[in-house]
Design a protein around this ligand. Structure first.
Ligand SMILES: [Zn+2]
Length: 189
């Protein structure tokens, strides 16, 4: 499928991220280039424990979608290089957030924290990242993204493995040879 650009994107290296705070007091590491934010798990929970009422409530029924389609870029943890797991936020929002299953840090693209606040979801990250929430979203009718289609055809573990292999291939100085080798070994079935 031509539209599935499996771009290995190591979210900005941690050293390039700048310490900042959202207006709500969440400590983040911000990428000066793309505006994305890395949220360490302990920073989120510290914010969550001390954030004061009233909680913002959902005001934007139209939902929020990022300006560019997300599913093409696979991200890696800026701290430990693990593949980040993508979680759909779900209708009416059409964006997703990425979490590292190793250190539990969360990557938010530019605008996503604001969207979570607007939707009253910033305090519910634990729920969004839960299996139950994700199962519910999958059961709901929605436009299926390319990535979801692939996920339907490949086990998550396989998808993660092939993504890691692809990332390794693309970084390799002899990647053309490696791809040629793979093609030569693919006898078809
Ligand atoms: Zn991590």
């Amino acid at each position: 499928m031509a539209t599935w650009g499996l771009t290995a994107h190591i979210a900005s290296p941690f050293s390039a991220l700048e310490t900042a705070s959202t207006p709500e007091g969440l400590r983040v590491r911000e990428c000066p280039t793309c505006g994305g934010r890395w949220v360490r798990s302990d920073d989120y929970w510290r914010w969550r424990a001390h954030a004061t009422e009233p909680w913002p409530t959902a005001t934007d029924d139209a939902g929020f979608s990022t300006h560019e389609p997300e599913p093409t870029a696979f991200r890696f943890c800026p701290e430990d290089n693990y593949l980040l797991t993508r979680y759909q936020v779900g209708p009416p929002h059409s964006f997703s957030i990425d979490q590292c299953r190793s250190c539990s840090g969360i990557w938010l693209d530019a605008g996503e924290w604001e969207a979570l606040m607007r939707g009253g979801l910033a305090i519910k990250l634990r729920s969004i990242l839960s299996q139950a929430w994700q199962d519910e979203i999958r059961a709901a009718p929605s436009a299926e993204s390319d990535e979801e289609r692939w996920r339907g055809q490949l086990a998550l573990a396989d998808l993660e493995r092939i993504t890691e292999i692809k990332a390794w291939l693309d970084r390799h100085p002899k990647r053309n040879h490696l791809y040629a080798y793979l093609r030569s070994k693919d006898t078809g079935h």
